[in-house]
Design a protein around this ligand. Structure first.
Ligand SMILES: [Zn+2]
Length: 311
C-alpha cells in the first residue's frame, strides 16, 4: 500500500498581512504558531510544503524562521508578494511581478528557487499559469474545483461587514468589490479534480513537456476538504467529506492556514485582530483536530511527501 501519498500545504497567511502591516516585527505566526505545527510534524517525521507571502520575508526575523523551516527539510513555495484577493483580475504584468518578486525573495532567503505556487484565495486564471511557466515553475495548486468556495466567498463578505461594525473601519487587506472579482467561477463546476498536466487551462489537460503539474484541492464529487471545514461544518459532514476524499484514493492533501493554530491569547496585544475567525476555539482542540487527521492518514497507509518530491 506504499503508493498512497499525502501532502500538507500550509498557506502562510500571516498576521502581518491580515492587519495590513506586512512585514510585521514579531509576527506571531512566524514566531509562535509554526512551532506548534512543527511539534506535531516532528512527532510523525513529516515534511510539509509552506507557501509564503514574499513581503513578510522583508523582516529578518520572519526570513530567518523560513530559513530554519527549509533547513529542517520543509518545502518553501510561493504565495504571491502582497496576497491581493483579486489576484486573477490583476494585469498580466502585475501577476508576473507578484510571482517574480517572491520567487527572488525566497531564493535570496534559502538559496533555492521555489518550484510551486498557490494563488491568494485560490483566485487563479490562464494569466497566472502563463507567468508560472515563464518563471519555470513545476506545479500550481490554485485550482479549487468545487462550488463550496462560493460559501467561503459569502463568509468573506460577512466578515467584511463584521470588521466594519466591530472595528468601525473596513478590513485593511481587501475591498468589498475584490471578493467576487474572480475569473475562476467556471473552475468550481468544471475544473478537473485529479492531478494533471496543463499549459494554459484548469479544465483541459495537456501533456506536452513544458506543461506544469496542477494539483486541484481534493474534491471528490465536488465536495472539497481543507482544514478550515473542521471549524465551519458540523462534525458529521466534515467526516463524510474527509472520508470521501481519502478512502480508496491514492493521493490527498490537507490544505491549512496559520489561523487553524492561533488563539485569542496570541493576539491580545495586536490591534486590528478583534474580528478574527476561529480564535475562540481552544488550542488543544485545534492541535488535536490536525493530529487526528495525520494519524488517520498514516493508518490508511498514506506516506507523507512534499509536493516538490512528486514532480
Ligand atoms: Zn492565502
Amino acid at each position: 500500500m506504499n503508493n498512497k501519498v499525502a501532502c500538507v500545504s500550509l498557506n502562510f497567511d500571516s498576521i502581518g498581512h491580515a492587519i495590513g502591516k506586512s512585514p510585521m516585527v514579531d509576527d506571531p505566526t512566524f514566531s509562535i504558531v509554526f512551532n506548534r505545527i512543527r511539534e506535531i510534524l516532528d512527532k510523525y517525521n513529516i515534511k510539509i510544503s509552506i507557501f509564503v507571502i514574499g513581503k513578510d520575508l522583508e523582516d529578518h526575523k520572519n526570513s530567518n524562521a523560513v530559513k530554519s523551516w527549509h533547513n529542517d527539510g520543509h518545502e518553501i513555495g510561493n504565495h504571491s508578494y502582497t496576497h491581493p484577493l483579486n489576484f486573477s483580475s490583476l494585469s498580466k504584468e502585475e501577476i508576473y511581478d507578484e510571482i517574480k518578486k517572491t520567487d527572488e525573495i525566497i531564493f535570496n532567503t534559502i538559496g533555492k528557487k521555489p518550484v510551486g505556487f498557490i494563488a491568494p484565495g485560490w483566485n487563479s486564471s490562464k494569466k497566472v499559469l502563463h507567468s508560472l511557466m515563464k518563471l519555470n515553475y513545476k506545479y500550481d495548486h490554485s485550482l479549487f474545483s468545487s462550488p463550496i468556495l462560493l460559501l467561503g466567498l459569502f463568509k468573506l463578505f460577512y466578515n467584511y461587514l463584521k470588521v466594519r461594525i466591530v472595528e468601525k473601519s473596513p478590513p485593511k487587506t481587501y475591498k468589498l468589490r475584490h471578493i467576487f472579482n474572480r475569473r475562476d467561477f467556471i473552475h468550481m463546476f468544471f475544473g478537473r479534480t485529479k492531478p494533471f498536466q496543463s499549459k494554459k487551462s484548469y479544465t483541459i489537460s495537456n501533456n506536452e513537456p513544458d506543461s506544469i503539474k496542477i494539483f486541484p484541492i481534493p474534491s471528490s464529487y465536488r465536495l472539497s476538504y481543507w482544514l478550515t471545514l473542521e471549524y465551519v461544518f458540523p462534525k458529521k459532514i466534515t467526516e463524510f467529506i474527509f472520508n470521501l476524499n481519502t478512502s480508496k484514493k491514492n493521493f490527498f492533501y490537507i490544505l491549512m492556514h496559520p489561523a487553524d493554530f492561533i488563539t485569542e491569547e496570541d493576539l491580545k496585544n495586536i490591534d486590528g485582530t478583534q474580528a478574527f475567525e476561529r480564535i475562540n476555539i481552544s488550542l488543544d482542540k485545534k492541535l488535536q483536530v490536525f493530529e487526528n487527521r495525520i494519524k488517520q492518514l498514516l493508518e490508511m497507509g498514506y506516506t507523507f511527501k512534499t509536493f516538490d518530491q512528486l514532480i
